[in-house]
Design a protein around this ligand. Sequence first.
Ligand SMILES: Nc1ncnc2c1ncn2[C@@H]1O[C@H](CCC(=O)c2cccc(C(=O)O)c2)[C@@H](O)[C@H]1O
Ligand SMILES: [Zn+2]
Length: 353
Amino acid sequence: MTEHLVDPQAPRDLKAFIAGLPKAELHVHHVGSASPRIVSELAARHPDSKVPTDPAALVDYFTFTDFAHFIDVYLSVVDLIRTPEDVRLLTYEVARDLARQQVRYAELTITPFSSTRRGIDERAFMDAIEDARKAAEAEFGTVLRWCFDIPGEAGLEAAEETTRLATDDRLRPEGLVSFGLGGPEVGVPRPQFKPYFDRAIAAGLHSVPHAGETTGPETVWDALTHLRAERIGHGTSSAQDPKLLAHLAEHRIPLEVCPTSNIATRAVRTLDEHPIKEFVKAGVVVTINSDDPPMFGTDLENEYTVAARLLDLDERGLADLAKNAVEVSFLDEAGKAGIKGEIDTYTAGWLDR
Ligand SMILES: Nc1ncnc2c1ncn2[C@@H]1O[C@H](CCC(=O)c2cccc(C(=O)O)c2)[C@@H](O)[C@H]1O
Ligand SMILES: [Zn+2]
């Protein structure tokens, strides 16, 4: 776990502002959000797992040599989730961690294929996430929505299964709003997933694939052209293509930026080399997200702290960033207005102190 990435230099006051700021999280993975506490609890349930339970050992375990190594480790945590009760526990506890950070709304990326292929009954899986979603909203006040993603490297069988689970009226959970594509990009061309995205979009889901995280800007173009992406997960390499930046800005296609993730998976060398500033300069809408926070030694608060430094933002700038995420989320208009109002009230109160 890359604890050194947590920025110790950030002004304490700004950190306190961020901690209390109502936020929306648009790019965070379900399994990738399992905190050391959740991992320990799941590992105790399934003692044959190779995932260490001791938080100190987890720090080493969650230090990645490259993106492929990250995916290997990620899949070992996926292997800890074996029953509908594990799914429910994970989902509910993730919501608790989000609520603690004043996250009012989150779109959680879930990979149902990984669970159904490991033998979890599909109906029980859907019931578990929905049960946790309703409990989290009632008990923590955090609204959860789902993005079902295709694990691209698992091929077209995974694409078919994910699409079926996302579009079958008898299975499709009420909280499902979008359809994604994750995992490695190298050797996994985006265009092959077009028929699956076409079906998901026809069923009313929004298109939010990962692209340009570990390959070049052509992958982002592919996601726009073939998968009709409405937002892009990461899109980091877009910075290499001025025409692409202009296109993203003109069509208001937001990038879901996850700065610490990009360093932890070694997609970007250092935070100072992260292209977020170029995105903003080009007029691209950016949102700040945490991706797989415990695995990357971060959380959403820390990502806002990093963004404040990289973009040189004060409280108003941070509030605008938080409002961007609400604005480009798939929440209904009344829900958006509610959270944006909360952000404005909180910020005005803070600046009036
Ligand atoms: N930064 C990230 N960038 C991209 N993706 C990320 C990131 N963080 C987390 N993910 C997740 O990793 C999954 C990968 C799963 C995968 O590749 C795979 C391959 C073969 C078999 C199986 C299986 O389950 O049997 C799974 C993705 O679906 C995505 O949800
Ligand atoms: Zn991601």
